[in-house]
Design a binder for this molecule. Structure first.
Ligand code: NAP
Length: 276
């Protein structure tokens, strides 16, 4: 008899994660005998957790805040993930834990669907944390012109230095000027996330009508930034749900080699967000 396959997410905190609902909906849709669980694991326990997961025959894991960087130490990661310096996916299929970063993959899929070709686009990313890093690196690979704007400017400068052709700025006057010169604006900070739903770093009067505005925050789905973008009448508005679904779908495919049921996964996430 085949044993049920076990997948999961390690994080701290992790109770809020939408990944269990999203992946379990996909397993159910495909009739797979598998379950996805959330495990609260501290940084200090991460190594034991990954080794233990391998010993227990767990098939695949996601890792989230605050474990994405540290997890890299305990896996054999793909080159892109090593360059980003963080992973969000571990596959145990080959025996050795293999690390991947699907945040970047998910964000590129969303942007390509929205904008098409990214080569030569002027992209302004706000943030220099884990998500910003993954997005910036993939945009660099696509040949976009990336500017990083961060509250702590030195962090943006450090990240920009790892990507040739990227600039770093703070959130002052140069930031306002750079928005006017950008084709795409991406919020990769946690500003605007529940419970601070009225917060935004960019208002309508700072935007222009040819701008694409993408907020990777997905809780709430329509953030204050996206409300401001609507008010400014920008070219396109993209919320964070698709990226969440696409990064999850990319992990699902790495683990199961099956085509992920994207629509089912997206519905599971939007239903869960609506019932919160
Ligand atoms: P992180 O590593 O902790 O980085 C947080 C970033 O936000 C830093 O750049 C930080 O600036 C900035 N920030 C925080 N509070 C700020 C404030 N009050 N004013 C200005 N900047 C502020 O977090 P992360 O992992 O990159 O995640 C960032 C957000 O993206 C979270 O809301 C997360 O839920 C979301 N996310 C979404 C997806 C998706 O699939 N849609 C995937 C990954 C993450 P400093 O450097 O100055 O502290």
């Amino acid at each position: 008899m085949m044993m049920k396959k076990i997948y999961g997410i390690l994080g701290d905190p992790v109770a809020h994660s939408l990944s269990p609902v999203m992946h379990n909906a996909a397993f159910e849709k495909l009739g797979m005998d598998a379950v996805y669980l959330a495990f609260r694991v501290s940084k200090a326990e991460l190594e034991d957790a990954i080794r233990g997961a391998k010993s227990l025959g767990i098939a695949g894991l996601n890792v989230t805040i605050p474990l994405k960087e540290k997890a890299l130490l305990f896996v054999d990661a793909e080159e892109v993930a090593k360059k980003i310096g963080a992973i969000n996916t571990i596959d145990f299929g080959s025996g050795t834990p293999m690390g991947y970063n699907t945040d970047g993959i998910g964000s590129m899929q969303v942007l390509k669907e929205t904008v098409g070709e990214l080569k030569g686009e002027n992209v302004l990313i706000i943030g220099a944390g884990g998500a910003a890093k993954a997005i910036a690196f993939y945009l660099y690979l696509e040949g976009a012109k990336v500017t990083l704007a961060n509250r702590t400017k030195e962090r943006a400068a450090q990240l920009a230095a790892t990507l040739s052709n990227a600039d770093a700025i703070g959130l002052g006057a140069e930031f306002k000027k750079q928005i006017k010169a950008s084709d795409i604006l991406i919020n990769a900070t946690s500003v605007g996330m529940h419970p601070h739903e009225d917060a935004t770093l960019v208002n309508a009067d700072m935007m222009h009508q040819d701008l694409v505005v993408f907020d990777i925050v997905y809780n709430p789905v329509e953030t204050k930034l996206l409300k401001e973008a609507k008010r400014a009448g920008v070219k396109k508005i993209v919320d964070g749900v698709k990226m969440l679904v696409y990064q999850g779908a990319a992990s699902f495919k790495i683990w199961t080699k099956e085509e992920p049921p994207i629509e089912v996964m997206e519905k599971a996430v939007t239903d869960a967000l609506a019932s919160e």
